[in-house]
Design a protein around this ligand. Sequence first.
Ligand code: FE2
Length: 238
Amino acid sequence: MILIKQLNCCFIKIYYLALTYHNKITKLNSMNRFQLPDLSYSYGALEPYFDQETMHIHHQRHHQTYVDNLNKALVDTRIESIELDDILGQVSQYGSAVRNNAGGHYNHSLFWEILSPTPKTIPTGRLANEIDAVFGSLDELKMRIKNAGLGQFGSGWSWLYVKYNGTLDVVATSNQDNPLMNTQLASRGVPVLGVDVWEHAYYLKYQNKRADYLDAFWSVLDWSVVEKKYDRIIDKLI
Ligand SMILES: [Fe+2]
């Protein structure tokens, strides 16, 4: 009888230790669920349009903070197993910590991806045809994106995105919102191009001249990346 009691006690201890270890590992993995993506170019590579110091701070500090706070928010809210796109698609279910930081991570990841020191400066193919059909010309589209960015009061983003009916549109969003979010009732879709108009994206070089920063953006925007994103979305819709 004593032996059985000792064995039971031993099993309970082993079970408890295993459970504690499992919970620690799960929490550790969740805390590191999302990571800061590497840039495919150096911080100074986009000079003179985007300066090295801004790029360094923007990526290493601002974006890293969104990643860290997103991982923490996911653990706190116990939704760590959901994909980023799915979080954004049902973001109205969550609190502001998830909304702001999931948006911040998604938006900045896209932003770094579409920039290049050796960009394709004019779109071609299906994207170019659709831009002409919807906006009349590339210059008109650039003006729409610039005006959306200038018209965004305070912090936010200006987007070119594909609506769920397959057409292109331009919209500005506040804070770290984007068209993937289900809170964007009148402008929902998949972004293919986004310009960060938070002051942290341009103030060191351009101070209050947001228009000059938005003009400089076109010199480092790689249309080949935007085309690939557009083609992938359209192929899925067909
Ligand atoms: Fe930013």
